[in-house]
Design a protein around this ligand. Structure first.
Ligand code: NAP
Ligand code: MG
Length: 475
């Protein structure tokens, strides 16, 4: 690999942590501890926040066209690092190589480009009868990101934040901190001024609260679990920081009666719940099907699931790799055991035996699930699908909405218009209708306890701005 991850990026330089301590990074497919990053300290956070504050006055005044040119250069440098980034994602997360290349790497370039295109369409200055209203950067943004899409979650924050004139201190997850180094290096090569982007690696439980309550920080942009998001938001509110939260989900796939060809619907579902080994915030984890079609749907689910091969991460044909860590393995295993105790029936998969050969769990499908079971209410974050039967379409919508979450959903119907009508009744930030693809220019984020605010698109850029009204009596 030939890469060194033993320093952090603060004030435009790669520097040692004041802690002198390190965190090992484990490959969940082989259990090898193959790299280490600094265990960042509170002093490192102080230095990074101070650097971001110093950079802010000048960076916020740089013309948008210059920021855009630098971001284009960042993207070009990042694209040039593809083979290293993909290699790291396979090792730090356990992503199968083909999936790492397309979704974890390739798709992120599409996202960055979308922000570059859309930021140029925004009116940062609007005139009214007696005033001019500006969209101002918020200031220093603390970005705290999870391990499940190590590059994706970082792109969603630092790219729009920096494009709109903010400066950033990023604390990625200790479990997958490596691939992010290449993105930070791309910012460095693109010539962003020192202090605009800072990276501190370290443990969330030690640094998260310190960073998000820091007096030098103006906004918390957090992606992770609803539990930790609530904790951090509460402490950030102490000094009324702006707060943006992308949290968990338990997203429904509503299958309406009378679909002729089951296979495209099942494939769409499996792409969501099985890929990334089910470790996706938007995973469609509850399949809500008409009782009269339950047996027929189950048969196709079993047949199609055979395509989802579990295997070594560097094998090009592997579709499903290990879970990301021992903690995830234990969590998912305990939910599979819980499902059996709650009376659900496994029609695919099993309780995994042990994790000596990597944290592998085969795809599982539970049927005979009722929506009050814990496996239907709690985020499992593994390749575990719950099948829930309904009798009327109203009941299907009620089941879909009977959750604390509201991140994503899908509706599939014989007629697209009918699917769209039902989609509008579901309280979720994003709803897929039949085979409609995702659109990166649309806002992404959750209703209810799935979050606050939005990422992606124009909304995701404006998230990092606030209004200033100047009463200049221009009329
Ligand atoms: P997590 O445990 O909440 O961790 C997220 C981040 O918070 C990590 O950087 C973590 O650092 C840090 N952290 C953990 N405990 C902390 C504490 N007590 N105080 C301060 N910071 C703390 O979530 P995760 O397990 O990494 O990620 C999975 C979750 O993210 C799922 O719930 C998933 O649905 C959600 N997610 C949501 C979206 C979305 O866009 N809505 C996208 C992806 C994932 P360390 O890892 O270094 O400890
Ligand atoms: Mg790992």
């Amino acid at each position: 690999m030939g890469y060194d991850f033993t320093q952090q990026y603060i004030d435009g330089a790669w520097v040692d942590s004041t802690s002198g301590a390190f965190i090992d990074v484990e490959n969940p497919a082989t259990l090898e501890r193959f790299a280490k990053v600094p265990q960042g300290s509170k002093e490192d956070i102080d230095l990074a926040v101070a650097a971001a504050r110093r950079a802010l006055p000048q960076w916020s005044q740089v013309p948008l066209s210059e920021r855009v040119e630098m971001m284009k250069s960042m993207l070009a440098h990042f694209k040039a690092s593809e083979s290293t980034v993909v290699d790291l994602l396979v090792k730090e997360l356990g992503a199968p190589i083909a999936f790492a290349r397309t979704k974890h790497f390739g798709f992120q370039s599409v996202r960055v480009q979308s922000y570059i295109d859309l930021v140029q369409t925004i009116e940062f200055e609007q005139k009214f009868a007696h005033s001019t209203v500006y969209r101002e950067p918020i200031g220093v943004i603390a970005c705290v990101t999870p391990w499940n899409y190590p590059i994706g979650q970082v792109v969603q924050k630092i790219v729009p934040a920096v494009l709109t004139g903010n400066t950033v201190v990023l604390k990625p997850s200790q479990h997958t901190p490596l691939s992010v180094y290449l993105m930070i290096e791309a910012f460095e090569k693109a010539g962003f001024p020192k202090g605009v982007v800072n990276l501190v690696s370290g443990k969330g439980s030690e640094l998260g609260d310190y960073l998000t309550t820091h007096p030098g920080v103006d906004m918390l942009s957090f992606t992770g679990s609803t539990r930790v998001g609530k904790l951090l938001a509460q402490s950030a509110l102490g000094s009324l920081k702006r707060i943006s939260l992308e949290l968990g989900g338990k997203s429904p796939f509503v299958w309406l009666p009378g679909i002729e060809d089951y296979r495209p619907a099942v494939r769409k579902l499996f792409e969501s719940i099985f890929m990334n080994t089910g470790q996706t915030c938007t995973a469609l984890s509850r399949l809500i099907v008409p009782r009269s079609e339950l047996a027929a749907v189950e048969a196709v689910l079993k047949e199609e699931a055979a395509r989802y091969t579990v295997g070594p991460t560097f094998d090009e044909s592997t579709m499903i790799g290990p879970l990301s860590s021992r903690a995830q393995f234990e969590k998912v295993k305990s939910y599979i055991e819980l499902g059996l105790r709650e009376g659900a029936r496994l029609i695919l998969g099993e309780v995994p035996a042990n994790s000596d050969q990597g944290y592998y769990v085969k795809p599982c499908i539970f049927t005979d699930v009722t929506n009050d079971m814990r496996i239907a209410q709690e985020e499992i974050f593994g390749p575990v699908l719950c099948v829930i039967a309904y009798d009327t379409v109203d009941e299907a919508v009620a089941i879909a909405n009977d959750t604390i979450y509201g991140l994503s959903a899908a509706v599939w119907a014989p007629c697209k218009n009918e699917a769209k009508r039902i989609a509008r009744q579901i309280r979720a930030g994003n709803v897929y209708v039949n085979d409609g693809p995702r659109d990166v220019s649309a806002p992404f984020g959750g209703m209810k306890e799935s979050g606050l605010g939005r990422e992606a698109g124009v909304a995701g850029l404006l998230e990092f701005t606030e209004y200033q009204a100047i009463f200049d009596d221009v009329a």
